[in-house]
Design a protein around this ligand. Structure first.
Ligand code: KIV
Ligand code: ZN
Length: 415
């Protein structure tokens, strides 16, 4: 394992490589303007992301310009960052000299910059996409990394479709690119094919067998086609990876990439059992999620882990009662920890109980002349609760605060 920083508790640093601006932008229908990429990159810097893949500079003039401007304008920022270091800005390149030169030209003005070179290694990609032999694949990978290294010290190599490649062949390619100067070896599950057991095993096998493995950082890059991206990424970390490639809200090609917020909060929640720590400021997760939603137009599902609209919402009476007594009965993360500041998370609907209902009404009345209503009229809450249940049964979309004000009005007028 390459020397990675350790914290006071002896845990190794897990580098967070965010590719929202590159693989995330490959979400069907998403295009980000230069100014939007800069705005998101600034938020990623505040969030504490270590490495920011800002784009694929050879893809278009616009992408080159955005990567260059992120490198120049966001690359130097260190304010509020726990690591004290600026982000490393990365440009992606195919294993061809023109792409590699373009990537270098785009990132070189950032104080810390990296070229990320990729080449497929699975037989299906070699035979049908690239139409080259395994020998030619090794030659091209070495030539690409050698050229990249002549421009830049920090070189990442990705064997695309690694999870469907022959393991021994992967060892051959990766050992050769380490010799040519690669400093990070990223292992992509390009089509989201792996299961956690298989991906963890593959990572451990590569860490054990690649020549020069102790000089480099291994990395995960998982796609979510089977809904396993986060689980596979965590298994990769247990297998020895010390960099994870992720996107905000898990956006990306097809079913998307591993979601940053899920990996970071899983490691935070299970800190005792993971041998790693991150420098992410978790309170910046919700602002980052909301910004990416706004700028990409990709609305997240309400039940999405960590950042979905319902991730901290509780509807059933039993849960609401527990929450009112101690939030930890039904919440494993405090909403404040991820930067969520509003509401007590109790949603009123037909499953809600009397306690939650009363507590919600008291909150609504707190600053009104009726703030002591239930002290003056202790029985009123029962009348209101019966009317509320009738209303909740009749409504499809839950009971809102305006419905409750109307209910209060109605009942108070009848008195
Ligand atoms: O999914 C993938 O294989 C990629 C590579 C370019 C790293 O995005
Ligand atoms: Zn990818």
């Amino acid at each position: 394992m390459a020397p990675v920083p350790k914290n006071a508790a002896g845990k190794e640093k897990l580098f967070i490589f965010d590719t929202t601006l590159r693989d995330g932008e490959q979400t069907p229908g998403v295009t980000l303007m230069v100014s939007e990429k800069i705005e998101i990159a600034r938020q990623l810097s505040r969030l504490g992301v270590d490495i920011c893949e800002a784009g694929f500079p050879a893809a278009s003039v616009g992408d080159f310009e955005s990567v260059q401007r992120v490198a120049r304008e966001v690359g130097p920022l260190t304010e509020g960052r726990a690591s004290g270091e600026p982000m490393t800005i990365v440009g992606l390149a195919r294993s061809v000299p023109a792409d590699i030169q373009r990537a270098y030209d785009a990132v070189k003005d950032a104080p810390k910059h990296r070229i990320h070179v990729f080449l497929a290694t699975s037989d299906i990609h070699l035979e049908y996409k690239l139409r080259i032999s395994r020998e030619e694949c090794v030659k091209r990978a070495v030539a690409a990394v050698t050229f990249a290294k002549s421009l830049c010290a920090d070189i990442e190599f990705s064997p695309e479709d690694a999870s469907r490649s022959d393991w021994e062949f992967l060892v051959t390619v990766l050992s050769a690119v380490v010799k040519a100067g690669a400093t990070t070896l990223n292992i992509p599950d390009t089509v989201g094919y792996n299961t956690p057991e298989a991906f963890g095993e593959l990572m451990a096998y590569l860490v054990k067998h690649v020549e020069g493995a102790d000089q480099v950082v291994f990395s995960t890059h998982c796609h979510n086609d089977l809904g396993l991206a986060t689980a596979n990424t965590l298994a990769g970390v247990r297998g020895g990876a010390r960099q994870v490639e992720v996107t905000i809200n898990g956006i990306g090609e097809r079913a998307g990439n591993t979601a940053l917020e899920e990996v970071v909060m899983a490691i935070h929640t299970h800190a005792k059992s993971f041998p790693v720590y991150t420098d992410i400021d978790t309170r910046q997760i919700v602002p980052a999620s909301q910004l990416v939603t706004k700028r990409t137009g990709c609305v997240i599902q309400v039940n999405k882990a960590i950042v979905g609209g319902n991730a901290f919402a509780h509807e059933s009476g039993i849960h609401q009662d527990g929450m009112l007594k101690n939030r930890e009965t039904y919440e494993i993360i405090s909403p404040e920890l991820i930067g969520l500041t509003q509401s007590n998370g109790l949603v009123l609907g037909k499953h809600s109980g009397r306690n939650a209902f009363r507590s919600h009404l008291e909150a609504l009345l707190r600053d009104s002349p009726n703030h002591d209503l239930f002290v003056r009229e202790p029985k009123l809450v029962d009348t209101l609760f019966v009317r509320f249940k009738e209303m909740a049964d009749a409504k499809k979309s839950g009971v809102t605060d305006s419905d409750l004000y109307a209910l209060l009005d109605e009942v108070l007028h009848l008195q």
